[in-house]
Ligand binder design. Structure first.
Ligand code: FES
Length: 138
């Protein structure tokens, strides 16, 4: 049975924003889902004066929902401070995509976790406290 994907999911899957990597990134994070084997990597360019994320790129080896979630999540944190970006939840990403099928919600969790790992990488390098990353299923 084909899953019912929103137009936005299809758009971000077919034309993903911010694909690639950043050379000399200020923060790099990776998250994987052991069940499906999908992996997402996030690269951040952060202005150290303002803590604003000036650029963000991703590489995702995963399903359509994971790619659409990475694309949307990177759009949502670009131009935000590292503190603001921390508050982005996978549910907010899924909502911005006009929803994900329930069995695909876990795919958006990869985006939240990879961003948290990348933010912590930046935080650690800049003398800020590293925040524990919470793992959840959806
Ligand atoms: Fe693995 Fe979507 S099925 S992230």
């Amino acid at each position: 049975m084909a899953l019912d994907y929103s137009q936005k999911v299809m758009d971000h899957f077919i034309n993903p924003r911010n694909v690639g990597e950043i050379e000399n990134a200020d923060g790099i994070g990776e998250a994987g889902n052991p069940k499906c084997g999908d992996i997402m990597k996030i690269y951040l360019k952060v202005n150290p004066e303002t803590n604003i994320i000036e650029d963000v790129k991703f590489k995702t080896f995963g399903c359509a929902s994971a790619i659409a979630s990475s694309s949307m999540a990177t759009e949502m944190i670009k131009g935000r401070t590292v503190e603001e970006a921390w508050n982005l939840t996978n549910r907010a990403v899924a909502e911005a995509l006009d929803g994900l099928p329930p069995i695909k919600m876990h795919c958006s969790v990869l985006a939240e976790e990879a961003i948290h790992e990348a933010l912590n990488d930046y935080r650690a390098k800049h003398g800020m406290d590293v925040i524990p990353v919470e793992h959840h299923e959806d």
